[in-house]
Design a protein. Structure first.
Length: 349
């Protein structure tokens, strides 16, 4: 006699709790609602999010899209049990990229994947995403929560973000820069969300635990290193508004650091001459360099080194742009200028 097949298995028996997912959606509805802006239509829970470009005030818009993650900074959040700021990082890494095309962020979607859904931890992440959206004045119109046992271990999770913005057809950045244009650097809040595989290795070499006091700042090592990425949307759009013709470009200093990101907004015949003494590098970068024995060229390639956004501006517009950025709360440094390219795309002094 053959064995009868076992019966009664449920999706929950396989490690996926649909009820928990539904409860999570209910828990995050207030955070999502807090991001409401002109153009949003409906709420979360549908098969897609709707956005009305006409209601947002555009005449002849071009859509701009960006996607990114938080990288291994997530591992630090998971190991330290601090989940409330990585959502801000997720939004920042996407919306700051939109600025490079002169785009205003309109809406954001997130993807949260985990082995087993912890509603409290996941809600904390989404509340951070909502805070990032509020800072960027973009609506959180949807997302996906995936519970995948066997693919993610323990309390691990991963994040991906998707931002869509718009810019009027005649206002797309970058515009052609000229020799002698001014490079303004906007202060970063720390490493932002780049270089954390190296940072985690340096931390391990130092012998410090995440709960130990940070040797370069306030709070614990984890708290200091989890400082969220600065969102430059309001300040940069304000600067663009006062000098629509004189502002040439925004370069988001993300993966690749100063060395690789500034050339992305310059033509092949131009280089950036950077005066490294023109700003005070935050202590966290000195700690990384000294503790890890990281060479300066590698520091400038792996990290923002204290400059999170570079603004390329015509000399005659520098005063207006600088004033607008400072009024919006930015710390602004004159870090260099554009020069004819004779070799490297970034020349430091």
């Amino acid at each position: 006699m053959t064995d009868q097949p076992k019966t009664g298995l449920t999706y929950r028996d396989a490690g996926v709790d649909v009820d928990a997912g539904n409860a999570f959606v209910e828990a995050i509805k207030p955070a999502v609602k807090s991001t409401t802006r002109a153009g949003m239509m409906g709420g979360i829970g549908g098969f897609g999010g709707l956005f009305d470009l006409k209601a947002a005030g555009f005449d002849d818009p071009v859509l701009v899209a960006a996607t990114d993650g938080v990288g291994t900074k997530l591992k630090l959040a998971i190991e330290s049990g601090k989940h409330d700021t990585v959502g801000i990082d997720l939004v920042a890494m996407c919306v700051n990229d939109l600025l490079a095309q002169g785009a205003q962020p309109l809406f954001f979607l997130d993807y949260f994947a985990t082995g087993k859904l912890d509603i409290a931890h996941a809600a904390s992440v989404v509340e951070g995403i909502a805070e990032g959206c509020r800072q960027a004045e973009c609506g959180l119109i949807g997302g996906e929560t995936a519970e995948m046992p066997g693919l993610y271990a323990g309390g691990d999770y991963d994040l991906a973000g998707f931002a869509v913005g718009a810019v009027e057809r005649g206002a797309i950045l970058p515009r052609p820069a000229q020799v002698g244009d001014v490079l303004l650097g906007l202060a970063s809040s720390g490493p932002h969300s780049n270089g954390y595989s190296l940072i985690r290795k340096v931390a391990a070499q130092s012998g410090l635990g995440w709960g130990d006091p940070a040797p370069f700042g306030e709070g614990t090592l984890a708290e200091a290193l989890l400082t969220p990425t600065r969102i430059y949307v309001k300040s940069c759009l304000a600067a663009l508004a006062v000098a629509p013709d004189g502002l040439r470009a925004f370069a988001h200093i993300t993966g690749g650091g100063l060395t690789e990101n500034i050339p992305r907004v310059l033509s092949d015949d131009l280089a950036a001459r950077i005066d490294l003494s023109s700003w005070q590098r935050p202590a966290v970068f000195d700690w990384i360099a000294q503790q890890g024995g990281v060479e300066e060229a590698e520091m400038r390639r792996a990290f923002n080194c204290g400059i999170g956004m570079v603004v390329v501006v015509a000399p005659e517009a520098e005063g207006a742009v600088r004033a607008a950025l400072q009024t919006a709360g930015e710390t602004v440094y004159g870090i260099g200028e554009t020069i004819p390219r004779a070799g490297e795309a970034v020349v430091t002094a």
